[in-house]
Design a binder for this molecule. Structure first.
Ligand code: MG
Length: 221
């Protein structure tokens, strides 16, 4: 039976989260705002603007100014790119290439469903990973009005897949992404590729500690 697999990008295909965490932590600290690596992983999927607004509201008890948001987000993006460049650009998640090859060998649809609008990463998918991605099967920041944890990104992928919901599976690494997939009424498999605990990901239908574990599960179910 044909299935559609909806892969999240950051933390599922690309190992970009450690750089996001370091960049956020450093830049927030420079602005006297406390924000830990764990905060970064828990908030993965939210926009930079909403992360900055919440931090300023929490610690300074006032709304952030547009200048503050622009300044902090600009510094964070610049720092992220420096860190990513240091390791030669894109690093892929350990074992995910094998998962992609297996899913393709079974004749299933492969989709990317990401809140990211980073062209450098999106354009790199087919060179950094096995060439299994098709431009028509990508839902990015440019395709939705509401990002995760809203169900819109995964609902859009499901509609375009043409398959019943029972034949669609979301692969996620982040709590807000899991919420988005579940709110869309889909089966969600979580792979813990970062620093969160299994409990943080417990809303998923299955939680795996590695891509190798997910692959074994897919091969036997
Ligand atoms: Mg992710």
């Amino acid at each position: 039976m044909e299935k559609a697999y909806f892969f999240d990008m950051d933390g599922v295909l690309f190992d970009s989260m450690p750089h996001h965490a370091v960049a956020w932590e450093e830049v927030m600290k420079a602005h006297n705002l406390s924000f830990t690596a764990r905060d970064c992983y828990i908030n993965e999927g939210r926009t930079g603007e909403s992360i900055i607004r919440e931090a300023i509201l929490k610690e300074r008890h006032r709304e952030a100014t547009p200048d503050e948001v622009e300044q902090i987000y600009g510094e964070k993006s610049a720092r992220f790119h420096v860190l990513a460049d240091q390791v030669g650009g894109t690093v892929v998640i350990d074992g995910v290439a094998d998962v992609l090859r297996y899913v393709q060998s079974q004749g299933h649809q492969i989709w990317v469903v990401t809140g990211s609008g980073m062209r450098t990463l999106i354009d790199n998918l087919n060179t950094a990973l096995p060439p299994v991605f098709h431009p028509d099967r990508m839902i990015t920041a440019f395709d939705v009005t509401k990002g995760k944890p809203d169900p819109e990104p995964y609902l859009k992928a499901w509609e375009r897949s043409g398959l019943p919901k029972e034949q669609c599976v979301v692969i996620e690494n982040a709590p807000l992404g899991i919420r988005s997939g579940k709110a869309a009424g889909l089966t969600v498999y979580a792979v813990n590729t970062g620093i969160l605990t299994r409990e943080d990901l417990a809303q998923a239908d299955q939680v795996f500690d590695s891509m190798a574990e997910l692959l074994t599960f897919l091969q036997t179910h």
